[in-house]
Write a protein that binds this ligand. Structure first.
Ligand SMILES: Cc1cc2nc3c(=O)[nH]c(=O)nc-3n(C[C@H](O)[C@H](O)[C@H](O)COP(=O)(O)OP(=O)(O)OC[C@H]3O[C@@H](n4cnc5c(N)ncnc54)[C@H](O)[C@@H]3O)c2cc1C
Length: 277
């Protein structure tokens, strides 16, 4: 992407952030923290679930946050033989872990657990919270947490979605997690990010009227993204079953849903939608 930006003479700014945004009728004036000021026809906020641009233009995060009841921590560590070469999900009542082999040498570890506290945990407490939550946990869970320095725990947050009445305001729009985070459990954040960028750029090619393009971008995608969010909310508790009975039930249900007959039917159902886009 960086190479392509260079070829197109896109100016990439490092070590600075947007400090202020002022909209006029035909442009958006952006002031950067390093003192630079630029004027643009369109500003796209792609700065993730805790988007600063969203806060500046649309308001505080809590207005759009929908908490799903779980905490999530994720980090990368050295690969362990127990993982082998496929994803492993390990569940105990009220605490789950997912291990992904990244290469022969590393693995991603994700921990999901019920979490009442909707405030963000302080960085220096990440490891202690995990150690307490997974105290007595079996298989490799405790060892992985014990062997990981607090500073290596790169991601620790509550599981939530961002739901907004609109993704655009005049000449500013948001994409992906900034406007419609599905939550990590949906497993579709990266692919829908590309889909949204593709649809937005396609619409922008069609007309010089930026607001019309943004309105079309939103109307094409928002209904579909809202369905994906509803599905993610619906399945959230499957990732952290509350009892052994629930673990067994959800495992059976998931096997049924991924049975070849149903996968075939679902894929056929999607075909029409993909062609429409
Ligand atoms: C633990 C975990 C597991 C996941 N698993 C999957 C999966 O298996 N499959 C899948 O498809 N998705 C998965 N996701 C979701 C996926 O990672 C996100 O949906 C996706 O990355 C969102 O893309 P984004 O560009 O909107 O935001 P991000 O990827 O969060 O990117 C935002 C970027 O903006 C930068 N930024 C933030 N603030 C500023 C600022 N003020 N100025 C400049 N830059 C800024 C950030 O540094 C970051 O680089 C997972 C997420 C998590 C947390």
């Amino acid at each position: 992407m960086l190479e392509r930006s260079k070829k197109l003479s896109v100016h990439v700014r490092y070590n600075t952030q947007v400090a202020r945004i002022n909209e006029t009728t035909d442009s958006v004036n952006v002031s950067f923290q390093n003192g630079d000021v630029e004027s643009y026809e369109l500003v796209v906020g792609a700065d993730g679930i805790h988007s600063g641009l969203r806060k500046m233009v649309f308001g505080e995060e809590h207005q759009f946050s929908h908490y799903l009841g779980y905490g999530v921590a994720a980090f990368q560590t050295a690969h362990r033989d127990e993982i082998g070469s496929s994803v492993k999900i390990y569940q105990e009542p009220n605490r789950s872990s997912i291990y992904y082999p990244v290469s022969g040498k590393a693995m991603d570890s994700v921990f999901l657990f019920p979490c009442e506290n909707t405030e963000r945990v302080a960085k220096e407490d990440y490891k202690n919270v995990l150690l307490n939550t997974y105290a007595g946990s079996k298989w490799i869970n405790q060892e992985v947490i014990q062997n990981t320095p607090n500073d290596s725990i790169g991601f620790f947050d509550v599981l939530k979605q961002i739901q907004m009445p609109t993704w655009m305001k005049s000449r500013v729009c948001l994409v992906r997690d900034a406007c419609a985070c599905l939550s990590p459990i949906a497993g579709q954040g990266a692919s829908t990010a590309m889909l949204e960028a593709y649809v937005l750029s396609n619409e922008l090619k069609k007309s010089t009227n930026v607001q019309e393009c943004l309105a079309r971008y939103e109307s094409i995608l928002k209904p579909d993204i809202e369905c994906r969010q509803a599905l993610a909310r619906h399945i959230a508790n499957r990732f952290v079953p509350a009892s052994v009975k629930e673990i067994v039930w959800y495992r059976w249900l998931t096997r049924m849903e991924f049975s070849s007959l149903l996968v075939h039917r679902t894929a056929n159902g999607f075909k029409g939608k993909i062609h429409q886009i």
